[in-house]
Design a protein. Sequence first.
Length: 163
Amino acid sequence: MGVGTLLAAVLAVLVAIPYFRLQELRQSEAASAEALAAALAYAPDMLSYDYRTIEADLTRARGYATGSLADHYRELARVLAPTIKRQQTVQQAVVAAAAVESATPDRVQVLLFMNVGTTKVLPGETAPQKQVLQSRARLLLVRGDGHWLVAELSTLIGNAPTS
């Protein structure tokens, strides 16, 4: 192999690496926008519920999830629903702001700032308790079957919602 051929091969590699990196960057940028839109749409449904519709609420939330998070929502429906009904709990989560923390073409981590209002009637009380909290949630979205699903959900005080 001549020096000219070697230089041409090295030059081709040097040109190709930035090109492919740029393509990946563009794909990650597109993924960021898509996953952020999905997170903004999914988060209120995944973190809100009403004692009158708790089973349907958790089923809807599970539809946005994948893997162990989907299993967790199934378990919440079994374990948590009786308490939510007994306490007549209504939780409404609203996204105040959101940003992408990291992204690849198939995995995007989103940080959400949430306002969460909760109303419930505790046993032995007649007046409902009302509370509004500002909280954060982190969603890890993965691309699956042509759309984004939530693989992980964590809040400031732990993992997926428990009350």
